[in-house]
Write a protein that binds this ligand. Structure first.
Ligand SMILES: Nc1ncnc2c1ncn2[C@@H]1O[C@H](COP(=O)(O)OP(=O)(O)O)[C@@H](O)[C@H]1O
Ligand SMILES: [Mg+2]
Length: 228
């Protein structure tokens, strides 16, 4: 069920969220409230459930129980059709290794989310997204890109639909400090420009420090480490 914009200005609201795989409880009565336009870092040891939480917010995993609202949609009661639309139009994900499709060139990778929405890819929009991340060769193949360029292409692909919520799963985990800083700056600039809400999971304190606030995921729930 679509709720529309929330009166309280929250882009993300999780209440008593529980999520398990078999008898392994990963998220245990987790609460999270993120105002629209806020940039949040999520830290936590490997296996603590960062990816799982991001997948729940993206509408890829249905939690066992609890409430989840993202960008005005109640993900728990949403129909499969509404969830598919949510994934196509309201949220985008960036992964650790970019996950570009190797058989598509950079421009084709970036325009893919528009094609999946059944829209004729707007060349200007694709071009704008590539320019925003500083990629000059739209015809390049993923195999020809450096790690930093791959991540910048992945960011362009995530931004091309102008999502309300941008979910990034260790987006700088495979980059050196200079490339990491460039990708973080891009994510922050893009989020600010489009008033998008940004969630970034990371092991890097330098990345976390650039966000408005940092949360630690441990034992299935979040606790605030820092808030600006
Ligand atoms: N699809 C799955 N099936 C079974 N167990 C899973 C699945 N996805 C994640 N897990 C388990 O859930 C826990 C949390 O994983 P994950 O969310 O990937 O943590 P993180 O991203 O913090 O490293 C881990 O113990 C992992 O093995
Ligand atoms: Mg992970």
């Amino acid at each position: 069920m679509a709720l529309g914009p929330r009166d309280d200005g929250l882009a993300i609201l999780c209440r008593a969220l529980c999520c398990s795989f078999g008898d392994h409880e990963v998220l245990n009565s987790l609460d999270l409230a993120v105002p629209a336009g806020r940039c949040v870092a999520m830290m936590g040891p490997s296996g603590s459930g960062k990816t799982t939480l991001l997948h729940v917010l993206a509408g890829l995993i249905t939690p066992d129980s609890g409430d989840v609202e993202v960008a005005g949609l109640d993900l728990v009661s949403a129909s499969a059709r509404a969830l598919a639309r949510h994934r196509r139009e309201r949220v985008s994900m960036v992964f650790q290794f970019g996950e570009l499709l190797p058989e598509l060139n950079v421009a084709e990778n970036v325009s893919l989310p528009l094609r999946l929405s059944g829209k004729r890819p707007d060349e200007g929009r694709v071009q704008g997204a590539l320019e925003a991340v500083g990629l000059r060769d739209p015809g390049a193949w993923p195999a020809q890109l450096s790690g930093g360029e791959t991540q910048r292409a992945a960011v362009a692909r995530a931004l091309v639909t102008r999502p309300a919520v941008l979910l990034c799963d260790e987006p700088t985990g495979s980059l050196d400090a200079a490339n990491s800083e460039q990708v973080v700056r891009l994510l922050l600039e893009s989020a600010h420009q489009s008033a998008a809400t940004l969630i970034v999971s990371t092991h890097d304190p330098a990345v976390a420090a650039r966000m408005d606030e940092t949360w630690l995921l441990n034992d299935g729930s979040l606790r605030s480490l820092r808030c600006r």
